[in-house]
Design a protein around this ligand. Structure first.
Ligand SMILES: *[C@@H]1O[C@H](CO)[C@@H](O)[C@H](O)[C@H]1NC(C)=O
Ligand SMILES: *[C@@H]1O[C@H](CO)[C@@H](O)[C@H](O)[C@H]1NC(C)=O
Ligand SMILES: *[C@@H]1O[C@H](CO)[C@@H](O)[C@H](O)[C@H]1NC(C)=O
Ligand SMILES: *[C@@H]1O[C@H](CO)[C@@H](O)[C@H](O)[C@H]1NC(C)=O
Ligand SMILES: *[C@@H]1O[C@H](CO)[C@@H](O)[C@H](O)[C@H]1NC(C)=O
Ligand SMILES: [Zn+2]
Length: 272
């Protein structure tokens, strides 16, 4: 497949435990918390950002996500540097619901999935205040298993990484949400190599040859549920805020990176 590989620049990432910023709350569930302050990145001229068509608000989540620095500055989570806190359990609503319609697109950088559903996936709890509604998901992978993931844990890379982007539902739409510091949340999942194929991914891998060309998309009616795509045990994760200072990237995103991985066969990773 002909995708551009995201830039991989590991720079100016500072991990800090900042007790003053620690919004610790009484909770029942463990989580590991990294307070990470992202360095600033310019995304260049910003002319690819607009209000209509393929650069319009419906694509801002993607743009925004790109410009918050994840693609340019993935982080390495050093587990011994993180602070363990307990929060309320995270709630995953409608993760068991098959979306009526899903559009899968090769945007030239990644494979991105948006859905139309009468029961949109929602998340709340954990480090989040309020409910966040699903906007899109996409994948990061590399040229081989040793460098696929954007993020690392203990200096270790993973074959692939899934990002599910959500926006604060109280703000109504993703384009309104990105004007607020708590506007977006990204759930980040790492994949690990498994001996057997993960059949829950068949519906996705089967359509990939049909969107091999950049900017092609198609509609899926057999999208797996989010529960099927993910691992059951999501109780331990790393969370941190990513912030940038230059418009249009000045928002703060809550990143939630799960410790447990999703098993996927080597053949499936390469295929995606
Ligand atoms: C990372 O290293 C720490 C020790 O520094 C260890 O406790 C932890 O289990 C490691 N995490 C992973 C995901 O390997
Ligand atoms: C969702 O439905 C609306 C209205 O039918 C349509 O305009 C839009 O393209 C659909 N989006 C997806 C992701 O299916
Ligand atoms: C990760 O790599 C850095 C730099 O080489 C090193 O200082 C650090 O101890 C490594 N961390 C782990 C958990 O191995
Ligand atoms: C894909 O679409 C974007 C935005 O319209 C455009 O900038 C880019 O050149 C297109 N890429 C290809 C390969 O057609
Ligand atoms: C969930 O995963 C964590 C981290 O691997 C582990 O410590 C915990 O025991 C698991 N919980 C269950 C119910 O399996
Ligand atoms: Zn991403």
């Amino acid at each position: 497949m002909h995708f551009l590989h995201p830039k991989r620049r590991y720079f100016c990432i500072k991990h800090q435990i900042d007790n003053n910023n620690n919004k610790m709350r009484f909770a029942f569930e463990f989580l590991v918390s990294v307070y990470c302050f992202f360095g600033m990145l310019s995304i260049g001229s910003g002319q690819d950002f607009g209000y209509e068509g393929t650069v319009g608000p419906n694509f801002w989540g993607e743009k925004y996500h790109h410009c918050i620095g994840k693609h340019q500055s993935p982080i390495n989570i050093e587990e011994h540097n993180v602070e363990m806190v307990k929060l309320f359990p995270m709630q995953f609503e409608n993760f068991d619901f098959v979306p009526e319609e899903a559009v899968i697109k090769n945007n030239g950088h990644t494979v991105i999935v948006t859905i139309n559903s009468t029961k949109m996936p929602l998340i709340s709890g954990g480090p989040l205040l309020g409910k966040y509604q699903f906007a899109q998901l996409h994948f990061h992978w590399g040229s081989d298993d040793s460098e696929g993931s954007e993020n690392k844990i203990n200096n270790s890379s993973y074959p692939m990484e899934l990002h599910m982007v959500f926006f604060q539902r109280a703000y109504g739409t993703i384009q309104d949400a990105i004007d607020h510091p708590d506007g977006l949340t990204v759930l980040s999942f790492l994949y690990s190599n498994a001996e057997v194929e993960n059949s829950n991914y068949n519906a996705i891998t089967e359509v990939l040859p049909d969107i091999e060309e950049a900017n092609t998309s198609l509609t899926m009616t057999n999208m797996p549920t989010f529960d099927q795509m993910l691992m059951k045990n999501r109780s331990i994760y790393f969370t941190y805020g990513g912030s940038l200072t230059t418009p249009p990237c000045s928002e703060v995103v809550t990143w939630i990176e799960f410790k447990n991985t999703i098993p996927l066969a080597h053949s499936q990773v390469i295929f995606i």
